[in-house]
Design a protein. Structure first.
Length: 179
């Protein structure tokens, strides 16, 4: 009889824990995924099951249904964020929509005309920051790495850009009140 190596023992324990805590609740996982991301429920469940398997060593065994449901919900949130992040093809599409053929990014349902004008009046550096952080959902650190600037620079440019956009929005509101 050969002794079982430590990694194999851990793998066996993890497989047993998965069978005990996750597999009985697969129907719940599918229900939560269909409710949260009906267009990608199978992908969300698969991602959630991988996450659950990887994190079993941290799970204390209490409330496995709630634990798995939260993992599925978080996987669905991440799926939605990834889809939103890839909604814009590039910074240029938003910064120069007429050139890229994506004028629909600025239709009446998305931005008010005043905010659209304010966005177009921003400097290129400020538009890039707004698109990376507010449109594509990148973190400050990711935006800084992408642009090759310091995180503090991203934060200050974003604050100035948002202030300019708010000022454009406030102008529109005040002109509506006058009429």
């Amino acid at each position: 009889m050969t002794p079982t190596s430590l990694p194999e023992a851990r793998q066996t324990e993890r497989d047993a824990a998965f069978a005990r805590w996750v597999q009985p609740h697969l129907p719940l996982a599918h229900t939560v995924a269909r409710r949260s991301a009906p267009d990608a429920a199978d992908d969300v469940v698969q991602d959630a099951l991988l996450r659950a398997y990887r994190s079993l060593h941290r799970f204390d065994g209490r409330y496995p249904k709630a634990w798995l449901a939260r993992i599925v919900q978080n996987a669905a949130y991440d799926h939605h964020r990834r889809r939103q992040r890839h909604a814009c093809t590039s910074i240029d599409d938003v910064a120069h929509p007429a050139e890229s053929g994506t004028d629909d990014l600025f239709d009446a349902r998305t931005l008010s005309p005043a905010v659209e004008v304010a966005f177009r009046n921003l400097s290129q550096a400020h538009r890039d920051i707004v698109v990376l952080v507010d449109v594509d959902g990148h973190s400050y650190r990711e935006a800084a790495a992408h642009l090759g600037v310091a995180v503090g620079t991203v934060m200050s440019r974003l604050a100035r850009a948002r202030a300019a956009l708010r000022a454009g929005h406030d102008k529109e509101k005040s002109s509506d009140e006058v009429e």
